[in-house]
Design a protein around this ligand. Structure first.
Ligand code: GLN
Length: 237
């Protein structure tokens, strides 16, 4: 059974552990580099990414986190965690902020605005329906949420979301041009998968719906099996 680590420096790590528990999966708090060896996959929660980066720096976690991602182990970043996993972050106060990286995306911090512009919305996520045979909508909770404005070819888009015309006015053309723009609307990406990396701009751990957590556990088990089978020598018949 997968043991899921949850980076527990700051933010909503308890809520992730509780969501995993509801699925019967053990989640363990990670605060030190050596603890990463004890888990098969990792969740980086939402919170405040500059604070989380300072704490990760203080605990010398960046090299071990980068190695974890580079080794192909499953990692899921929610909100601030998504910012952590992006190769590039732009937007408010990103100067000098250390990132783990690995996800071939440009993430815009606080894309949807500040705390008072936080919102909830129904997202269409076909991948969740095919996993569970249930509805494909998911109630996304966006709190000072980032958005992915640019994604590389290896990145699978799991959900996107239209940008309101008011919000659009606050961006200059260098950012607007990166969005997916049609005559009717502009869209940004809010959930992605790139191999072992899953990223969501919203907070599934703050809902009672555990489908994202079961999707991540499923990815973790699949990747775990692949790694195991690559270690077992092929049978000679
Ligand atoms: N915008 C926040 C940041 O930059 C993330 C918000 C969140 O995780 N809810 O860290």
């Amino acid at each position: 059974m997968a043991v899921v680590g949850v980076l527990a420096l700051q933010g909503s790590f308890n809520e992730h552990i509780a969501a995993l528990r509801r699925l019967g999966v053990k989640g363990v708090e990670i605060r030190k580099p050596e603890q990463l060896h004890t888990v098969t996959s990792l969740i980086i929660p939402g919170g405040e990414s500059t604070t989380m980066a300072k704490l990760a720096e203080y605990h010398n976690l960046f090299p071990a986190l980068r190695e974890f991602v580079r080794m192909g182990k499953p990692v899921w970043g929610t909100c601030a965690g998504l910012i952590f996993l992006a190769n590039k972050a732009i937007g408010q106060k990103t100067g000098g902020q250390d990132l783990v990286g690995g996800l071939d995306c440009t993430v815009h911090r606080n894309f949807f605005g500040s705390q008072i512009q936080s919102f909830e919305t129904e997202l269409s996520v076909p991948q969740l329906a095919s996993q569970e045979g249930g509805p494909e909508t998911f109630r996304g909770i966006f709190i000072r949420a980032p958005a992915i404005i640019e994604a590389g070819p290896e990145v699978q888009v799991l959900a996107d979301y239209p940008v309101s015309s008011d919000r659009l006015l606050s961006f200059d053309s260098s950012i607007k041009d990166k969005m997916e723009n049609t005559e009717e609307e502009s869209k940004v990406i809010v959930a992605v998968r790139q191999g072992n990396i899953l990223g969501t701009a919203f907070h599934p751990e703050l809902t009672a719906d555990t489908r994202w957590h079961s999707y991540f556990v499923k990815i973790s088990m699949e990747i775990g099996e692949e790694t195991l089978s690559s270690l077992v020598p092929a049978q000679v018949s």
